[in-house]
Design a protein around this ligand. Sequence first.
Ligand SMILES: CC(C)(COP(=O)(O)OP(=O)(O)OC[C@H]1O[C@@H](n2cnc3c(N)ncnc32)[C@H](O)[C@@H]1OP(=O)(O)O)[C@@H](O)C(=O)NCCC(=O)NCCS
Length: 175
Amino acid sequence: MTTIRIITADEARAAIDDLCETLSDCINGGASLGFMLPFEPKDAVGYWNEIADAVARGGIILAVAEVNGKVVGTVQVGLASKPNQPHRGDLMKLLVHRSARGLGLSRRLMDAVEAEAARRGRTLLVLDTATGSDAEKIYPRFGWERVGVIPDYALWPEGGFCDTTLFYKRLGLAA
Ligand SMILES: CC(C)(COP(=O)(O)OP(=O)(O)OC[C@H]1O[C@@H](n2cnc3c(N)ncnc32)[C@H](O)[C@@H]1OP(=O)(O)O)[C@@H](O)C(=O)NCCC(=O)NCCS
């Protein structure tokens, strides 16, 4: 059984082993997510604890996809805190474990987190993703507008420069 839901900080801490495994699997699969190889699930514990803290403060919306009670996918929206951007959010870390890809989980995660961001009054989301990645191909399918490419923005996990592609999406409008 597959479930998609927005979770609390305590639920994130309870699921931290699965969240670490999912992040590590994506990095080891070659995704540019802010970390370098070698990377093991234990290397992600500090990161997910910081995210749980941010969820507790109300700064991040965290969604997960569970298959038979195990988290295999996740996505976040960081709620911009600047006084002049109360309407904006940053879509981050759309991750689906390689064992659960191609099942439509990323689409359902994006639907859930975008709906929650809209419910919290956000009308504009932005994201960046590695140019040439699978993720870059799928965001337009979810109604996101491609803005352009910044060269040499980050490094691939195994090293070497990676371009990034910027996208945005207005919420509350038909895709
Ligand atoms: C990108 C990622 C999240 C997709 O997850 P997924 O659950 O397998 O994707 P879905 O099954 O929901 O597919 C979503 C849509 O994209 C399409 N799609 C999936 N993989 C694709 C690919 N490699 N190329 C082109 N289209 C693809 C699907 O056909 C589907 O389209 P549809 O809903 O219109 O039929 C997954 O590959 C991943 O975790 N990658 C590594 C992490 C990463 O790079 N994240 C992005 C950070 S910004």
